[in-house]
Design a protein around this ligand. Structure first.
Ligand SMILES: Cc1cc2nc3c(=O)[nH]c(=O)nc-3n(C[C@H](O)[C@H](O)[C@H](O)COP(=O)(O)OP(=O)(O)OC[C@H]3O[C@@H](n4cnc5c(N)ncnc54)[C@H](O)[C@@H]3O)c2cc1C
Length: 808
């Protein structure tokens, strides 16, 4: 075994081998993969080998498509058969709600280049002869569906990587990992030590234990998973003989089942409700090529549905039940990327669909390691989407929930209950008492809307029980004054003698003067967005940044990567140390003026001013800005004072008719103004020109901010896309995001977010289209629940286009 390597990959499952292959293909061949046993010795060897392109996140779906297309290439490169059978498949709906969901999947496929087609139950039965069409209301055909040989694929990656110069050491167990003072990593094994610049944790079933070697508690948990294989079935033999083809794959969402042909019989797997975690605290190191005891009672309810939906199963015997463990992150998507605070330590774990996702994970991680950027929008898989709050018990609750809902519908207004409430702010009970219906962002409870007694969310793809109430909350703001909780923003404090110069390099905006704020896009080297913040200059007190709450870890990783070593700049994520309230509406100033002794007149405290003031008895930092697009204030307050500030504002607001509003009303309000947000409109695949943030980029400033050259080039060339707001002729449903935008009969763009703008009484969609058509007045349509609705670009904001309210 070599003593030094550029990269050590820990784990020879399908994921580790894919990372090895991709690094070698991109030119990093001084790479060694260490496997404690034979390759495939974790969850890989007993997988059912199914693969498909469908994923709830379109960016992950793209990487799944990449993975499936890669198999031919690695087979050719390695000379190792992968056993790929691209049979195609049917996705089955037994309810109308499921069919609505499937129509959304078909629609997304249109701009992802995934060919999906809605078919009737009878057409589905012609393709998949075992199903009873009477049990279903509709189906979708997917041609890019199939299965493969898990061991063949893993060895094909490894052999192809070896041919390119990478190495594999089997029976080499990593026992410890130590960071040297010079930043290199000592990877200590049972056969000696390798010193490496980079370490990749692809430990699969042992990813948690490998993480613990460097003090990291990864939010992953293994679950037991069962599938059965039947005896040979005459129906299968008859179909094979008649058509010369295999029986195609089927996913029966309402039965929570997946099926495919396995030799002369069938394989049926299920994600059962009564699921069971495996090795909750510690994966045993002596677990090898073993299977777990099957428990047929646990999967019996799903099998019952299966036998009804696929009657031929009633006449056949079960040859074998496989029960094996594999790992999940709380939301079921992989954990990939560099780990904050551990330079050179990378993870590629929690991959629950290794044969659909392994290639994409390897591609993204190798790009990231070599180029400094994953080269795709992989937010849904980024390890930074979790923070310390994703504890072991939280992960346990969430993974179990996710497993049991693997094939369940999640409606756009549906909040999942497991692992909650976890983080709450001091006003939580006060807002609950007013009817707050809670959602969650980055582990923190956030009020979505306020329900009258006896009313709650009815889950639906269409406008639902909150519609009238959200309309009232919107009217409270636009007609008077509303208060909302905004603690879920990420807040950062930047100090140190070189803080200003550092911010000038990190952020693309011009730095504001003391007591002022500005909108601050942050770019990557390639000129694309990596953040958007409100930046405030607090004078002697340093700088304050407010940004997307879900991206706190993501942004801290970026900030810390760029901090000078000499301690001249310090940045702290304030998290729960600072809570927030916001008041907005034409009477917001009256309320603030009554609650404070500071001068908040327009002359003394104009739009984008920021300053310290007491609200009631509570010391606060108040900025005059509001995402509602109205006259408004964001109020930052230490948690021990949040209740006092809230009570002071509510008391002062009483005479002005103050009311509470939640994030759903805020969404409706920002749609009046065409405002975008991080994670929806602003993501790392868009440039500032494309995203409409160009006007906040100070191209002319002296500082050579990160991404300046690339952003200037984009500006000269004009980029490819434009973000646009559309008014949709919708009836009873509004967009939620990821719907296709049609132009002249072809899909040309996609929706990033939207909803109903109650004040303007318009259904609004925001999304990207090619710049060539971005100023067309006619010809757009937006697809909603399988139906195309006419849409028109709304270039000027629907509300306060001349900023009279906001700046008054
Ligand atoms: C019953 C069942 C059916 C499944 N069906 C499918 C399916 O149809 N389609 C699909 O895509 N996925 C399926 N999966 C999931 C699939 O198996 C996983 O997504 C995949 O195996 C994950 O691969 P991995 O490389 O991340 O982890 P693993 O396969 O667990 O590999 C990790 C490797 O790391 C090694 N390792 C760990 N720690 C160390 C150390 N300290 N030193 C050295 N080596 C170490 C282990 O020995 C192991 O070989 C199924 C899983 C099960 C259990």
């Amino acid at each position: 075994m070599k003593s030094h390597a550029k990269v050590v990959i820990i784990g020879g499952g399908v994921v580790g081998c894919s990372v090895l292959f991709h690094l070698a293909r991109h030119g990093w061949t001084d790479v060694v993969l260490l496997e404690r046993d034979e390759l495939t010795s974790g969850s890989t060897w007993h997988a059912a080998g199914g693969m498909h392109t469908i994923n709830g996140d379109p960016n992950v779906a793209k990487l799944q498509k990449y993975t499936i297309n890669l198999y031919k290439e690695i087979e050719e490169l390695s000379g190792q058969a992968t056993g790929v059978h691209l049979t195609g498949g049917v996705l089955l709906a037994a309810t109308e709600a499921r069919l609505d969901w499937l129509r959304g999947v078909v629609a997304k496929g249109r701009y992802l280049g995934i060919e999906l087609e809605e078919i009737s139950p009878n057409e589905a039965a012609e393709l998949m002869p075992l199903l009873d069409p009477k049990q279903f209301v509709g189906a979708v055909r997917n041609k890019e569906d199939g299965h493969l040989d898990p061991s063949g694929v893993t060895h094909a990656y490894a052999k192809a990587a070896r041919k390119l110069g990478a190495e594999v050491e089997r029976f080499t167990k990593v026992e410890d990992i130590v960071r040297r003072p010079d930043g290199l990593w000592r990877v200590i094994t049972n056969k000696g030590e390798v010193v490496a610049e980079h370490v990749v944790n692809a430990g699969g079933l042992w990813a948690r234990e490998v993480g613990r070697m460097v003090g990291l508690e990864l939010p992953v948990l293994a679950m037991e998973h069962m599938y059965l294989i039947t005896e040979d079935m005459p129906e299968v033999a008859a179909w094979n003989a008649k058509t010369g083809t295999e029986i195609i794959h089927a996913v029966d969402f309402d039965g929570e089942l997946y099926l495919r042909q396995e030799r002369g019989g069938m394989l049926m797997g299920t994600y059962e409700k009564a699921n069971k975690p495996w090795s909750e605290y510690q994966t045993p190191w002596n677990f090898g090529h073993e299977l777990l005891e099957p428990d047929i009672d646990r999967i019996a309810p799903s099998l019952e549905v299966g036998f009804r939906h696929f009657p031929a199963f009633q006449n056949t015997g079960i040859k074998q039940i496989i029960n094996g463990p594999f790992t999940f992150a709380p939301d079921g998507n992989p954990l990939v990327g560099p780990v904050r605070g551990l330079p050179g330590f990378w993870v590629a774990c929690g991959v629950m669909a290794g044969f659909s996702q392994g290639g994409g994970v390897g591609l993204a991680l190798s790009n990231w390691m070599i180029e400094g950027d994953p080269g795709a929008d992989i937010w849904a898989m980024d390890v930074a989407r979790y923070g310390d709050w994703a504890t072991m018990a939280y992960t346990n609750a969430k993974v179990r929930e996710n497993y049991s809902r693997r094939f369940s519908i999640r409606f756009p207004n549906e909040e999942l209950p497991a692992g909650r409430p976890l983080k709450t702010t001091p006003v939580y009970d006060l807002l609950s008492a007013k009817g707050a219906q809670w959602g969650v962002a980055y582990g923190l409870e956030v009020p979505l809307w306020y329900a009258p007694e006896g009313v709650k969310d009815e889950f639906s793809w269409r406008r639902s029980s909150d519609f009238t109430q959200v309309a009232k909350e919107v009217a409270t703001v636009r007609d008077g004054v509303g208060l909302s909780e905004i603690s879920s923003f990420a807040k950062y404090k930047v100090t140190g003698e070189r803080a200003a110069a550092w911010l000038d390099r990190m952020l693309a905006c011009k730095l504001p003067k003391p007591g002022r704020m500005t909108l601050a896009p942050m770019l990557k080297q390639d000129g694309r967005l990596i953040g958007d913040f409100t930046l405030a200059n607090l004078g002697e007190d340093g700088w304050f940044l407010a940004g997307s709450g879900i991206a706190e870890q993501y942004h801290m990783r970026w900030f810390e990567k760029h901090l000078p070593d000499d301690g001249s700049v310090r940045i702290e994520a304030l998290g729960a140390k600072l809570t927030g309230l916001s008041i907005a509406g034409p009477k917001a100033r009256d309320v603030l003026a009554k609650a404070t002794r500071s001068d908040v007149s327009n002359a003394a405290f104009s739009f984008m001013a920021i300053g310290r003031m007491d609200i009631g008895m509570a010391p606060c930092l108040v900025g005059r800005v509001s995402y509602t697009g109205d006259l408004g204030y964001e109020i930052w307050v230490a948690p021990e004072y949040q209740r006092a500030a809230y009570q002071a504002l509510m008391a002062a607001g009483e005479e002005f008719g103050i009311g509470l509003f939640g994030s759903r009303a805020l969404n409706a309000l920002r749609l009046d103004k065409n405002y975008g947000s991080w994670g929806r409109e602003y993501r790392p695949i868009y440039g500032p020109l494309e995203a409409g943030l160009d006007r906040f980029v100070a191209y002319g400033k002296d500082a050579d901010f990160i991404g300046k050259a690339a952003a200037l080039a984009e500006r000269r060339q004009g980029g490819k896309l434009r973000l646009r707001a559309f008014i949709v002729d919708a009836d009873d449903a509004d967009v939620i995001g990821d719907e296709p935008i049609w132009f002249d009969g072809a899909v040309r763009g996609w929706v990033t977010s939207g909803g109903y703008a109650h004040h303007s009484k318009k259904s609004v969609a925001v999304g990207y289209v090619p710049k060539e058509i971005a100023d067309e007045s006619d010809g757009f349509e937006i697809e909603l629940l399988g139906k195309r609705h006419a849409a028109r670009i709304q270039a000027v904001p629907l509300f306060d286009a001349n900023f009279e309210r906001m700046r008054a």
